[in-house]
Design a protein around this ligand. Sequence first.
Ligand SMILES: Nc1ncnc2c1ncn2[C@@H]1O[C@H](COP(=O)(O)OP(=O)(O)O)[C@@H](O)[C@H]1O
Ligand SMILES: [Mg+2]
Length: 481
Amino acid sequence: MFKHALPHRVPAARRYLQPRWSSQSSTAQEPFPPNINEWSHPPSNATISDEEISRLAAKPRQPLTLADLVKHGKPPLNDAALLSSANFTLSRLPARLAHRIQALRNLPFIVVANPNVSAIYNNYLHSLSTLEPFYKKQITTIEEEMKFTEVMADLVRTHSNTIPTLAQGFLQCRKYIDPMEVTRFLDQHLRARIGTRLVAEQHLALHMASTGESALRKPDPTHVGVIDLALQPASIVRTCESFVGEICELKYGVRPQVVINGEVEAEFAHIPMHIEYIITELLKNACRATIESGNEAHPIEITIATAPDVGSATKLDSLRKLSVSEKTNYDFSQDGLEEYVSSQEADVEPLNTAAPCITLRIRDRGGGIAPDALPNIWSYSFTTFNKEEADAAVAENGNSDGLNAIASSGSNQSTIAGLGYGLPLGRAYAEYFGGGISLQSMYGWGTDVYLTLQGIGKTEGLKEGPSVFDKAMSRKMDQRG
Ligand SMILES: Nc1ncnc2c1ncn2[C@@H]1O[C@H](COP(=O)(O)OP(=O)(O)O)[C@@H](O)[C@H]1O
Ligand SMILES: [Mg+2]
């Protein structure tokens, strides 16, 4: 079981082993330095070899754009387009999964050995093993595409509970690892996860909409898989408001009013589930602050504005512009940014230009954020939520493991606060496609949070029936044979 070495452990091992080896007689057969195969990765049942993981992890991880997700055309997709979507998905996943496996291996051993962290590690190994039969060659038949889609469904399912599990794992390991290192790891890991899930979910959604009964129904004019071409942030705010309002009533017995103003009709092409996640987290923060400061008479005000074209700014450019001052807040998101963001050479040129921007300002009268808390709000696990209260609530439910409750609170988003993941993860989602979140606290009064989102550029072609991209992709497939 203990077969291979963690690279960063080797020097320590040598230091420890040297005196013993050097004191042995020259007839000793053991090699020096010791055969690192004696050292281990965390135990796993996965069949994929270490050489294969290293080979895949060394490959460049190709960036993902919103345009990539719509380039196969609008469902129902013909066979060629469906195969092209499957092969595109396949081209993106193995290197990403392998890179995550290596990042997990590079954590201190005691951290990866934690049952929760190692569960996640094993999920990645499992998923990479399930992809192995496919990526060695292209997917060329619809039968293979069906099998591949099942693998995608398994991938999405396997990784659905990652966040509470990792949160719990890192809480349990907090004695052994520097919080900065945790935030750095989680930020890269969860950002990478956004892309991995998204490509898998997009292929699943395209497959579902293109096969079986759905293929016979009248095509949905505004959806391309997980993307809504006519997404209205105002309507997402209303959905989230009612969900968060219920949580508030359950916890506090009141729900603050939410007023939406500005360009309430504004729409663009984006991913509803991402925006729902972000707005739910921001609304929970605003509601909690409003109620806990006794200001529920003052409504939370959400102002929506569309920005004039951002021109040719690439995602990376716009992310860099969001950079905050190092003194007040180290922006972890700048680390390894290039891996996850698009370059200007995105393959679908017309979609990548002049991406429309929508900004939402969420303004509350919840008293703002204390200056000593402010530098920490973007760190994973930082929270001012009353843990005793949370633990007491847990005890009432007959669950004695407070950590468990805190960690599981993140899975269904159904508690008002406590995981400390809302702001950093919300920002990771916003930044993934070139948006961002910034926060302005007016201590003693309230908080303004600005959420900027960048939609897909020109989608008119997609909105009007059989798409040009669809045709272009079919042509490509034909050429490939
Ligand atoms: N609108 C707000 N008003 C006051 N404090 C806020 C607001 N938004 C965030 N915060 C502070 O930032 C902390 C971190 O927020 P978040 O990452 O969402 O984690 P959580 O909500 O689980 O505590 C909160 O605990 C709170 O102290
Ligand atoms: Mg929160």
